[in-house]
Write a protein that binds this ligand. Structure first.
Ligand code: FAD
Length: 376
């Protein structure tokens, strides 16, 4: 962590959408901010299907800077048969590497120090961060934006335990399209498969509950074979990627290590949607809120902590809880060998039965944890 050892207000681990949004917000508010990431460069390698759903509160500037094509609709397939067209699922396909780079450059332009090729190796009990090269970094507030297997989250006991694993290929797209295609099947446990168009190529992939990860390769091969037969895509694979998505819902957004206040954002906080896997908007929004809260906390405004928690809960709490409960239903039906077409529809956002008012469990213990932190 060369040159990062000055007296810092905010240190950020992980410079994906959550960390870069946090760095931008904190530096813009006048804080001394340093962020670092183990990747050699921003956004690379891409581990994403690159669809950004339209969402209230999402800052659209960086999305437009990385725009590849608009999406107007969603086509849902049940057991590989077309079942529903939803014109109201709009969004944008982006070049994810360009998107992440844009967020990092925007943070740099406000004065944040953003360093790559720098890995977090450990966290001391007082919140001091240790890098792999042996340097130490201390800040008043640490933001953990280090993704689904967050080490900062682990240090404060907030750990994503439920994960979906994914596998994706980029392939030639033979006819342009403006819908995302979603494949729901009992062969894809705890997840779904997708074809997302990106100009003259498409990202074709699937995610399954981590316990069934051995299905990823054969099921992707089978899906690609089917789409080639249908004349939708070319056979040549231009790139492969994959990665984990947290699907257990929020794990909490705050903790403390000695005198150091710790906040979590994005996947580290478990804010990706457990049904769709979409986490870019939540990462950007929660990152910005964490950055703003961190500046206030560094100045001694302790109420910023509960306001941060309340904003995250208001924005994401209900939809995360609904998605978690629908996912649990899907898995229970699967285990009982009773996952039929109706069960699959109830577990997907394009169907009215997904939105029925039942089943979502009450808010968790997390509010109590925030109150405990405030009293400590
Ligand atoms: C295959 C796949 C497809 C997806 N498709 C979509 C999609 O189409 N739309 C959507 O909205 N979401 C999608 N997601 C989810 C989305 O990518 C994430 O929700 C989003 O990237 C979360 O942003 P983040 O900043 O919280 O975490 P990340 O983007 O994961 O960033 C975390 C950063 O922390 C760094 N880091 C981790 N550990 C350390 C360490 N020890 N030291 C230093 N740095 C560290 C990593 O290098 C990384 O850059 C997909 C995910 C996967 C895996």
């Amino acid at each position: 962590m060369r040159g990062l050892n000055e007296d810092l207000d905010v240190a950020i681990v992980g410079l994906g959408p959550a960390g870069a949004s946090a760095a931008h917000a904190a530096a813009q508010a006048g804080a001394r901010v340093a962020g670092f990431d183990r990747r050699k460069e921003a956004g690379f390698p891409v581990q994403c299907a690159e669809f950004v759903p339209a969402m209230m509160g999402m800052d659209t500037g960086p999305v437009m800077a990385a725009l590849v094509q608009p999406i107007d609709a969603m086509e849902s397939f049940v057991e590989f048969t077309q079942d529903r067209r939803s014109p109201d699922f709009r969004g944008k396909m982006v070049d994810r590497a360009a998107f992440d780079r844009e967020l990092v450059e925007r943070a740099r332009s406000t004065g944040a120090s953003m360093q790559f090729d720098c890995e977090l190796a450990g966290v001391e009990s007082d919140g001091t961060l240790l890098s792999a090269d042996g340097t130490k970094l201390h800040a008043r507030v640490v933001i953990g934006a280090d993704g689904p297997r967050s080490n900062i989250g682990k240090a404060i006991g907030c750990i994503n335990t439920e994960l979906v694993e994914t596998r994706q290929a980029t392939v030639p797209l033979l006819r342009p399209q403006r819908s995302t295609d979603i494949y729901l099947s009992a062969r894809i446990p705890g997840g779904y498969a997708w074809l997302f168009p990106k100009g003259d190529v498409a990202n074709v992939g699937l995610g399954v509950d981590a316990r069934w990860r051995r299905r990823l390769k054969p099921e992707l091969d089978s899906l690609i074979g089917m789409l080639v037969e249908e004349g939708k895509i070319g056979r040549k694979r231009l790139a492969h990627t994959g990665g984990a998505i947290p699907v257990g819902g929020s794990v909490g957004v705050a903790g403390r290590l000695g005198e150091t206040q710790v906040l979590l954002a994005g996947d580290a906080a478990g804010l990706a949607n457990p049904i769709t896997g979409a986490g870019i908007p939540a990462a950007c929004i929660s990152g910005r809120l964490a950055g703003e809260a961190a500046v206030r906390l560094a100045r001694g405004e302790r109420e910023a902590l509960s306001e941060f928690y309340d904003e995250i809960e208001d924005l994401f709490g209900a939809s995360l809880r609904r998605a978690v409960s629908r996912r649990e239903e899907l898995l229970a039906r699967l285990r009982a060998k009773a996952l039929d077409a109706d069960g699959l529809r109830r577990g997907w956002i394009a169907y009215p039965q997904y939105w029925n008012e039942d089943g979502a469990p009450p808010p968790s213990e997390q509010r109590k944890n925030i109150d405990d932190l405030l009293e400590a």
